[in-house]
Write a protein that binds this ligand. Structure first.
Ligand SMILES: Cc1cc2nc3c(=O)[nH]c(=O)nc-3n(C[C@H](O)[C@H](O)[C@H](O)COP(=O)(O)OP(=O)(O)OC[C@H]3O[C@@H](n4cnc5c(N)ncnc54)[C@H](O)[C@@H]3O)c2cc1C
Length: 440
């Protein structure tokens, strides 16, 4: 075993506990066991969030805890520093961390693994920061569930018909897989709530907008057409080549000039690299930190990056970088662990390689689309594949168990109509939940 610094055992600091950081830290703590090396994870959260199931949290199928994997259980040997990295000193080899009470700390590193992920991509649209909500955190997912149930309840007692219609109208902007899954889950929750109120489900309006001319381009034309059919059959009004130009407390203006009264807007239009990337002053591509095929940062030995924050060359599409997906982030986490260990003299470094496993998209009651290994599926077979895939991919037995039981419960009973009321408006706003777009 060869460590370049005689003296202190090396300190590996991993920034972020998402798919890439979690996988890297967990593997490193195993491969470096017994060497004295310290793996230190810096993250504002004490969990790894399994984001693909957030739409089901919003739809009331899953509890938010079921999709959060406890770091202390999953990787007990990794030290957790709870806080956000706000700057990195590449010369002094330290990160500056601020905790939730503004306490500050410098953490030094011999190896830095930079995986702070991405944030919702925002645009300069009047009212978006105040009245739109993203879908990247448990607070945001819980907001949608609470908001939908509360608005339907208030609408049933509102004597002003315009106000009542605004409360019963839900707008989702972004028709790629996350936005489409969200609207399908919210529709199912609204149908159940409407039945409880003896209300025609058609009285609850759902609008799905996208600037593109198709829904879910990720699944291809054939499955995309099936998705459109299902959305229409559920009364979801899909408006393509349309976006928002303004949001206010009780209405939105569409790009064709139509004003739609609503009190709920989901903004799920894609992601931008974490703002921490640009503070590094290093080369970027599409806002993501440039790395080599081995995920190291050129000119800075000991610095590695992966996941949504990094521009990783795609070995299957020369000249492109890998898209920001959990599939890539997990695999890059593995490569990071391997190559960081190799830089400490354990094992051999390898370039990043991957095989596309396809996509699974759950669209609420009895329907999903999936293209595992290129095989196109829809309906119940896709639903089974989708649910099994998530159970398999969930990186903790206790979460797998909880999600499995919730799926079983969903087969046997109606989804519960419960708004916990713990999520006030502000924790779900972009500034509080994702740390972006704060007004000065
Ligand atoms: C609703 C939704 C559904 C999705 N569904 C799918 C899907 O079905 N399949 C798929 O492949 N992908 C899916 N994705 C994409 C996937 O979630 C991301 O590509 C993946 O999370 C990226 O992993 P990551 O580790 O780079 O970042 P993340 O998982 O976002 O993790 C980033 C981590 O860094 C932490 N962090 C942020 N800032 C700081 C800071 N300053 N200091 C310290 N820590 C910080 C965060 O708290 C978090 O722990 C979905 C995303 C969403 C939002």
């Amino acid at each position: 075993m060869t460590y370049e610094s005689a003296g202190e055992p090396p300190r590996i600091v991993v920034v972020g506990s998402g798919f890439a950081g979690f996988e890297c830290a967990r593997r490193l703590s195993r491969s470096l066991r017994g060497t004295g090396a310290r793996v230190i994870m810096v993250s504002p959260n004490d969990y790894m969030l399994y984001t693909p199931l957030l739409p089901e949290v919003a739809g009331g199928i899953l509890d938010a805890r079921f999709v959060t994997v406890a770091l202390s259980d999953a990787m007990p040997a990794v030290e957790l520093v709870r806080g956000a990295v706000d700057s990195v000193d590449l010369d002094k080899q330290t990160v500056h961390v601020t905790d939730c009470e503004e306490g500050e700390e410098e953490v030094s590193w011999d190896r830095l693994v930079f995986t702070p992920g991405s944030v919702t991509r925002l645009f300069d649209i009047p009212g978006l920061l105040e009245h739109g909500r993203g879908l990247k955190t448990p607070a945001e997912a819980l907001y949608f569930r609470d908001q939908l149930l509360t608005q339907l309840e208030l609408a049933s007692r509102d004597t002003d018909p315009r106000e009542s219609q605004a409360r019963r109208t839900f707008v989702v902007v972004g028709a790629s897989y996350a936005g489409t899954e969200l609207i399908a889950q919210l529709r199912a929750l609204a149908d159940k709530a409407a039945a409880r109120q003896h209300l025609d489900p058609a009285a609850v309006r759902f609008l799905l907008l996208d600037t593109a001319d198709t829904v879910m381009p990720e699944v291809g034309e054939k499955l995309g057409a099936k998705v459109l059919d299902v959305l229409s059959s559920r009364g979801i009004d899909v408006r393509l080549e349309t976006t928002l130009t303004e949001l206010s407390e009780n209405s939105v203006t569409l790009s064709d000039g139509t004003v739609v009264p609503t009190r709920t807007v989901a903004w799920v239009t894609g992601v931008a690299a974490n703002p921490l990337v640009e503070t590094l002053g290093l080369p970027t591509e599409k806002g993501r930190l440039k790395v080599g095929a081995d995920l190291s940062v050129e000119g800075h030995p000991g610095v590695f990056a992966g996941g949504d924050a990094a521009a990783v060359p795609d070995p299957r599409h020369s000249g492109s970088i890998t898209p920001p997906t959990a599939q890539h982030a997990v695999r890059q986490g593995r490569t990071l662990a391997r190559n960081v260990a190799a830089s400490l003299g354990i094992g051999e470094a390898k370039p990043y390689a991957h095989r596309d496993m396809g996509l699974v998209v759950d669209l609420g009651p009895g329907f999903a689309v999936a293209n595992p290994l290129g095989i196109q599926l829809s309906g119940l077979p896709a639903k089974a594949v989708t649910r099994l895939y998530h159970l398999f991919a969930m990186p903790s037995p206790v979460n797998r168990w909880a999600v499995g039981l919730a799926y079983l419960t969903d087969l046997l009973f109606d989804r519960p109509l419960v708004s916990i009321g713990l999520v006030a408006e502000s924790p779900s706003q972009f500034a509080a939940s994702e740390g972006v777009g704060a007004r000065n």
